[in-house]
Every structure is written in structure tokens, then in C-alpha cells.
Design a protein around this ligand. Structure first.
Ligand code: ADP
Ligand code: MG
Length: 409
């Protein structure tokens, strides 16, 4: 059996016309001899009637007091609706199809509601249907705990569903269909002349995705990488070739992008972050301070980023919506933090950055020429990050894209 996982994002199933295009991709896979497993996201994006955010707003958003188990039940509805709708579209073109929820498909998770991790997949139900010649549609973004509670997998969770199924079913490939023609050197909504990358390594896209390129969820890449299952990022509405995500290819021949790790793969951005500044110069026990701060955040499940520990102060960032919670915890610990909301993180990402002289100098030059002030910076062997004011985010991404010559020509 040649299993092919095909994942369709929210915009891909948002209208009858688009669902017809999706159905054509599925029937093409059947014609080519594949057994397709179709993973589907909730219909549309924020603001659309059946999008997950719309359901969340029915109960006035998620707050600290929200009952997590019930919120996950609510959030899992969007995929069930789109699953039923897409299944009926596929039936209408004559395919033998069955719809399974995450739980029915054997996706077992831990009980971290809202951001559950898949701990294993029990693929028997899917395999039984496939062996009887059925196309299996699986609702993305959700699973079930060992004791039968419905969980959701967090933002981008349908990508993770697709990868986990790809691994469990030993798929020939995982096709992630979305509304762009592949992975690009920057978000095409911000950089008009961003270029499609023909081939990227798991490594490269993982870094890019971790820094905010939401075209695929990083966890999905990590899962597929474990078994070396190729991922294709493709457009649901065109026949463009898309981007192949794979391990390093020794020689992909002329016309492809990869000759090992590129110096710079692309520019990524994450909006809506708050910088927390904690003065520590007058703390009574300097050695305990850093430990107290980060333990306080960890105990409250706040993931911190962009950490910079200095003798006089500790700086880090949190998502805007967690800033209040973070400052409250710090105040309770006796600190006097300052929160700087409305920041954005802009990163240049490339597995080949390490040891290449002048990348930071070029970055600073490009940003200062564009009038962008750097609030904080940090680097690793694959990424250089800068924190900027949110109104500087778009000019910063555009300036860096230009500086590092990532455009098409
Ligand atoms: P889906 O609903 O199909 O999962 P997403 O909105 O999660 O789609 O991801 C697709 C979006 O990712 C694109 O519309 C694009 O704006 C954005 N994006 C951000 N960075 C990149 C990038 N480097 N390459 C391609 N798309 C990107
Ligand atoms: Mg997505």
C-alpha cells in the first residue's frame, strides 16, 4: 500500500469552489495508485463563521479561568465540521470515503489541554479502511487522551496531525497544501518579491518555522524528520511544484536551490511580543535572582524567549497575551518589572550562518539604513534575532530580505 498524507489548511476548504479543487487533488492521488489519508483543518481563518477563533469567541475567549477540558471540546468542533463537509464533497465525486475524528484515528495525546502532544498513534482503524480501498479523512488538530478526553494540539496542530500520521503509516510523502506556492524566503504578505525555495532541509525549515514562518508548524517538521519522510508544501489551487522538505541532498542538479545548507535561508518574523525588563541590581541575593525569575515563569507555563541575563537586569520576551500574567508573577516575587508591549521579533535564519563573518554587521547596517531601531539582539549558530517596535517589523523584514539578496532576480 502506498500511503500519501494530504493535509489541507483552513483557506483550502473555505468555499465550495476550493473544496472542489481539493477533491481533484485527492482523486488525482487515487488515480496515481496512492491510498490517501486526508487531514483537514477548520474552515477559514479568524473571523469566519466556522473557524476555531469564532468558537472561542462564543465563550468570550480563553481566560485563565476557562475550563480547559470543555474549551478543547469546543475547539475540536471546527475540524469536525470541515471534515464532514469535505467528506461529502469527496463522496459527491464518487470516492469511497470515511471520516474519522482524531480519537477515532488513534491519535493518542497527553492531557495538556490546548497544546497537547501526540504520544503515539494507533493506526489500525485507518489501515483497515485503507486496505478496503477507502480514502480516510481525519480531522486535524485534535487527539484523545488515554482515558478518552478530547484534546487539541495548539496552533498549526493539523500540520502535526499530518506528520504523525505520515510516520505511523510509513507514508511515501506528506503533502501540506496551503494558500502559497511553497516555502518562501519571507512571508509573501510582507515581501512581494519573496522567492520560492525548491528544496529545503528539515533543519532549515525547522529554524524558520520556530522563528515565526507559520507556513508549517516546527513540530510537524521534527516528527517527519525522525523517519525521513519527505514533506511537500504545495498550493491547493495550482499545479506549481511546491517546496520539498528533506534531509540534505548531495546533489540535486541544476535549477534547484540546495547545495548543502545555505548561508541564509530566509527572514522570519513574530509579531505581538512583549519585552519584560527586570532590574536586578538591588536584589538582596543576586545568585538566586535569575533562578527565581525563570522558575516563576516555568511554573506558570509561560514560555520565555530572547533571554538576556546581565549583571544589572534580566530581559526576556513573552507573547503579548501572557505579559500581564508574567508581570504579576514577578511582582509577587518582589521584583519591579517593566513591560514593553507591541514588539516584534525579526530573524535571519540560515544553517550556514555560523562562522560567516560580517552577517551581523550587514544586518545592523540594513536596519539602520531603514531607520529601524534595534531594542535587543541575540544570535545562535543558525539565527540572528532582533527585537523591534511593531511598526518597524515590516520595514525590517523588507530591508533584510533586500540586503541578503533573497529576491527572485
Ligand atoms: P494553513 O491554513 O494552510 O495552515 P497558514 O496560514 O498556517 O495556512 O500558513 C500559510 C501562510 O504562511 C501563508 O499565507 C503566508 O502568509 C505565511 N508565511 C509566513 N512565512 C512564510 C514563508 N517563509 N513562506 C511561505 N509562507 C509563509
Ligand atoms: Mg497552518
Amino acid at each position: 500500500m502506498r500511503v500519501l498524507v494530504q493535509k489541507f489548511g483552513g483557506t483550502s476548504v473555505s468555499s465550495a469552489e476550493r473544496r472542489a479543487q481539493v477533491a481533484a487533488k485527492v482523486s488525482e492521488a487515487v488515480r496515481e495508485g496512492y491510498s490517501p489519508v486526508v487531514v483537514v483543518s477548520a474552515i477559514g481563518r479568524s473571523g469566519d463563521p466556522y473557524a476555531t477563533d469564532t468558537f472561542i469567541n462564543l465563550v468570550n475567549g480563553i481566560t485563565l479561568e476557562s475550563p480547559k477540558r470543555e474549551m478543547d471540546l469546543l475547539m475540536s468542533c471546527g475540524e469536525i465540521i470541515s471534515g464532514v463537509v469535505l467528506t461529502s464533497t469527496l463522496k459527491n465525486i464518487g470516492l469511497d470515503v470515511v471520516l474519522l475524528t482524531g480519537g477515532q484515528a488513534g491519535i493518542i495525546t497527553n492531557d495538556c489541554y490546548g497544546d497537547a502532544r501526540i504520544i503515539r498513534v494507533e493506526p489500525k482503524a485507518i489501515l483497515d479502511h485503507l486496505s478496503e480501498g477507502r480514502v480516510v479523512v481525519v480531522t486535524g488538530f485534535q487527539g484523545i487522551t488515554e482515558d478518552g478526553q478530547v484534546t487539541t494540539l495548539g496552533r498549526g496542530g493539523s500540520d502535526t496531525t499530518a506528520s504523525a500520521l505520515g510516520v505511523a503509516l510509513n507514508a511515501e510523502a506528506i503533502d501540506i497544501y496551503t494558500d502559497v506556492e511553497g516555502i518562501m524566503t519571507a512571508d509573501p504578505r510582507i515581501v512581494e518579491d519573496a522567492r520560492i525555495l525548491d528544496v529545503v532541509t528539515y533543519n532549515e525549515i525547522c529554524h524558520l518555522a520556530h522563528q515565526g514562518a507559520k507556513v508549517i508548524h516546527p513540530r510537524a517538521v521534527e516528527i517527519a524528520m525522525q523517519r525521513n519522510i519527505p514533506i511537500w508544501i504545495k498550493c491547493a489551487f495550482s499545479d506549481a511544484r511546491g517546496t520539498l522538505v528533506t534531509s540534505i541532498q548531495p546533489d540535486m542538479g541544476a535549477g534547484t536551490d540546495i547545495t548543502g545548507d545555505r548561508t541564509i535561508t530566509g527572514i522570519a518574523h513574530t509579531p505581538n511580543v512583549t519585552q519584560i525588563q527586570v532590574p536586578t541590581h538591588d536584589a538582596p541575593d543576586m545568585l538566586q535572582v535569575d533562578k527565581q525569575i525563570f522558575k516563576g515563569m516555568a511554573l506558570a507555563d509561560i514560555s520565555v524567549d530572547f533571554i538576556s541575563v546581565q549583571p544589572e537586569s534580566v530581559l526576556y520576551t513573552v507573547p503579548d497575551d501572557l505579559a500581564k500574567k508574567a508581570t504579576k508573577i514577578l511582582e509577587n516575587l518582589g521584583f519591579k518589572p517593566t513591560a514593553v508591549p507591541g514588539c516584534a521579533k525579526v530573524s535571519i535564519v540560515g544553517a550556514g550562518i555560523a562562522g560567516v563573518p560580517g552577517v551581523m554587521a550587514d544586518m545592523v547596517e540594513a536596519l539602520s539604513d531603514a531607520g529601524v531601531r534595534i531594542l535587543q539582539s541575540a544570535d545562535s549558530h543558525t539565527t540572528i534575532w532582533v527585537l523591534v517596535n511593531k511598526e518597524d517589523m515590516v520595514p525590517a523584514v523588507q530591508a533584510l530580505h533586500k540586503k541578503f539578496l533573497l529576491s527572485a532576480c
